[in-house]
Structure formats: structure tokens, C-alpha cells
Design a protein around this ligand. Structure first.
Ligand SMILES: [Zn+2]
Length: 431
């Protein structure tokens, strides 16, 4: 009798729990809306508290900030609209919430812009990109927005939807105008290495567009050489459209400005590749011809990895419209990896330990950003190609070199003194 009573009350408890979960879900649903269908007209918000229009390393830029008391919120969605004091080619949104430990990908951000009274461009929906601990600014940041018409815009509308129950307390909109083509006036000359070390028959350095070419000046930055163990592949979350050389150079400058707005000292990636196969040098690197410097692209793996980003958006379900990496871009990525991996005596099919967001992990030396951090980067459509990319890089190496690199001892810590002391030249010749 007692037993059956207990059984009955168990069933009742289960039922109550079921209804409770259902009611909670319903409550959460009615409390939140779709970021774009809800709040169709954004009411005017107060003037931003601070407008600074200081140039960001010589680039016209502005920083607009709203405090907690000026944020308009409806059904958990915060909206802002405004005219920028500086026309812009790129825009990044930063924000804070109470408590700093939220997952940046749990925020949804929608941005659209226009030039003066022209029709608005389509909404671009991002998730948050980085958390406060990942940049000196101490803010969450969105991906970099650039107008899909490559134009210089003046007005913006922005919506931010934090996870249910979370309140925004501060918003910063950073805008910058990189439309001016910089003249190559800087007299800086990169340090020249006496010789580039290339093992016999190993892949040569592919053509790399220098900072002087896309930035107009080297803009040296305090960098340190790192012994890489991995290459981390990214996507930049920009429209998968053809770009002229001038348009890709402008995007490079916008990416760099977006990273400066986060408080980085320079562009975070070591290399960037566009759809047309052009390889751009990213972060300042006086030793580019032989080794890499520490970038800011994949915390906490930055000190041991070279960061290579493909321009494009390769993650289904988010905007800009998803696409696939171009064949041309993939071939450039493989040539770049084959060159650097043979220089640094790294097996492109190998695995090694590296710091990740989940502690030390043994992962492929050619890995995606998502392998070391909680992010969708580099998108499913690029991540799924990594095994093919590794094999193609291997196939670019002369067979004797691949045999050496794949020897077990080369996978151990022995390879590092070999490379750092230039003993690697014993295996090859100077070119
Ligand atoms: Zn990434």
C-alpha cells in the first residue's frame, strides 16, 4: 500500500515538473521576440554620452557610447539608431552586461546602415564574437560590419539581444572610414633576414601583399617571435562576393580598425586571404620570411599558433549569406601552410598539444578556430574541408621532406631546438 502511494506521488511529481518546465519555456518565449520582427520601428534614443572623434592610427573614426539609463529595451531586445559624426566604411559594436561570464555567441546582434537618406541596406545578423576578457577594452564585441555595397555610410540601426534575463548596461559603437587610399609614404623598411631558410625542394614563399601595399605604412608594433606548433584557420564573417584588389585592401584596413577599436595594438590575424587568392600580411612582422609573431585571433592559443583568416562567411544559419570558400582561396591557404610548415618543420597531418578554452588538448596542427575556443568560426563549410586541406598541404611537400616531418621524433619537442637554432638547414640548403 505504502509502495503504491509512493509510486503515485512520484508520478504526480513528474507531471508537476513537466508542466513547470513547459510553463517556464512559454514564459521565456513570450518574454523574448525575434530580433528583427519585433520592435519594427526603433524609437529615438538619447544622444550618446560620449562621442570621441579621435583618429585611430590616422584613420578618421568615432566612438559613441550609451549608458544604462539611455538604452531602449523591449522584450529583451535593445535598440539604437543614430547618425555617425564620421562617415564610415566599417562599424563594430561593443557592450557590457551585469556579470561578465556570458558566452559571446549567446548574444544576437543585428546591424543595418545607409548613406544619408538612401534606402537601408539589408539587416546583417551576427552572434557576439568575443568576450570581455579577450580584449583590452574589456567589452563584448560583435563581428566587424562593413556595408555590402562597399560604400561609405552615415546612419546605423543596431539591435542587441542578450540571453534571457540578462541586462545590457553599456554600449559602444566604433566607426571608422578606411575609404582613403593611403600613399606609401612611410620610410620604414622591414628588417631583412640574411637568408631565407628553405629546405631542398621545399615550397617557396607565395606572393604576400605587404602592409606597405594595403596600409600605406608599416605601422610597426611591439611584437614577439613565437615558435608555432599550429595554424588556426578563421573566417572573417564578410559577404562571399568578389572583390577588387582595392576593395580587399579597404577591408583589410577596416578589419585592422575594428581590432584597434577592441584595444588590440594591430590587426589580430597573421595572414588574410581573399576569394581571389590574394594573400595579405596581417600583423606587423619584421621576420615574416622565416617565422611568425604572436597575434590576437584565437585566445588562449595565440602564443603557439599562426592565425590565417579567409575573407567570407562559411557558417550556415547566420548572415551575411553563407557560402563556401573559393577554390582559389583554398589553394592559396595550402601554399601558405606548405611554405610555413616546411620552414618550421611541422607535419601538416600531425597533431600536438595546445592551450584551448577547455584546457590543454591534442589537436590537429592545422585546426579551426572552434577547435580552441567556443565559436562557430571558421564556419561548418570551411571546417569540414580541413582534412582535405591537410592532405593537400602534405602533397605540396617533396616526399623526402614529408618523411622527415612525419618521423615520430619530429612530433616531439626535439623539432623546436632544431628550428630555433637553424639546425634545420642541415636538412636542406640556403636559397
Ligand atoms: Zn575565428
Amino acid at each position: 500500500m505504502k509502495k503504491s502511494l509512493r509510486k503515485l506521488s512520484n508520478i504526480a511529481m513528474k507531471k508537476i515538473a513537466k508542466w513547470f518546465v513547459l510553463a517556464c519555456a512559454l514564459f521565456a518565449f513570450t518574454m523574448t521576440g525575434d530580433i528583427l520582427t519585433q520592435g519594427a520601428s526603433i524609437p529615438p534614443v538619447g544622444e550618446p554620452h560620449v562621442i570621441s572623434t579621435t583618429a585611430l592610427h590616422g584613420v578618421p573614426s568615432a566612438s559613441l557610447e550609451w549608458g544604462a539609463d539611455q538604452l531602449f529595451e523591449d522584450k529583451g531586445i535593445y535598440s539604437f539608431t543614430g547618425r555617425s559624426p564620421v562617415p564610415f566604411t566599417g562599424l563594430s559594436v561593443g557592450w557590457l552586461v551585469i556579470g561578465h561570464d556570458a558566452d559571446p555567441t549567446s548574444f544576437e546582434v543585428a546591424i543595418r546602415t545607409r548613406k544619408d537618406e538612401a534606402p537601408w541596406m539589408e539587416w546583417i545578423r551576427f552572434s557576439g564574437d568575443i568576450r570581455p576578457a579577450e580584449s583590452p577594452s574589456g567589452l563584448f564585441w560583435s563581428h566587424l560590419y562593413t556595408p555590402s555595397d562597399f560604400g561609405v555610410h552615415t546612419d546605423f540601426e543596431i539591435k542587441i539581444q542578450p540571453p534571457v534575463g540578462m541586462q545590457l548596461t553599456f554600449v559602444r559603437v566604433a566607426v571608422f572610414d578606411n575609404s582613403a587610399v593611403p600613399g606609401a609614404t612611410n620610410p620604414y623598411e622591414p628588417l631583412k633576414e640574411p637568408t631565407a631558410i628553405t629546405a631542398l625542394g621545399a615550397p617557396a614563399q607565395p606572393t604576400i601583399i605587404s602592409r606597405l601595399q594595403w596600409l600605406g605604412a608599416e605601422h610597426p608594433w611591439n611584437v614577439s617571435q613565437i615558435p608555432i606548433t599550429h595554424a588556426i584557420v578563421h573566417h572573417t564573417v564578410h559577404p562571399n562576393v568578389p572583390r577588387t584588389l582595392a576593395q580587399s585592401k579597404q577591408l583589410m584596413r577596416d578589419i585592422r580598425s575594428g581590432h584597434l577599436a577592441r584595444g588590440f595594438g594591430d590587426i589580430g590575424y597573421n595572414f588574410v586571404i581573399d576569394r581571389e587568392a590574394r594573400i595579405f600580411q596581417g600583423r606587423h612582422n619584421p621576420w615574416l620570411s622565416t617565422t611568425d609573431v604572436q597575434g590576437e585571433h584565437a585566445l588562449p592559443a595565440n602564443s603557439r599558433s599562426v592565425g590565417i583568416a579567409l575573407i567570407g562567411q562559411f557558417q550556415p544559419g547566420v548572415s551575411p549569406t553563407v557560402g563556401h570558400p573559393s577554390e582559389l582561396a583554398l589553394r592559396s591557404l595550402e601554399r601558405l601552410l606548405a611554405w610555413r610548415f616546411s620552414q618550421r618543420a611541422l607535419n601538416p597531418l600531425g597533431m600536438a598539444n595546445i592551450n584551448t578554452a577547455w584546457g590543454t588538448r591534442n589537436i590537429h596542427r592545422i585546426a579551426g578556430h572552434r577547435d580552441v575556443s567556443a565559436t562557430a568560426c571558421p564556419g561548418d563549410n570551411l571546417q569540414v574541408l580541413l582534412p582535405t586541406i591537410r592532405t593537400n598541404v602534405r602533397n605540396l611537400l617533396p616526399p623526402w621532406l614529408y618523411r622527415v616531418l612525419s618521423m615520430h621524433k619530429m612530433e616531439s619537442s626535439i623539432y623546436e631546438p632544431l628550428v630555433s637554432n637553424n639546425y634545420w638547414t642541415l636538412f636542406g640548403s640556403y636559397s
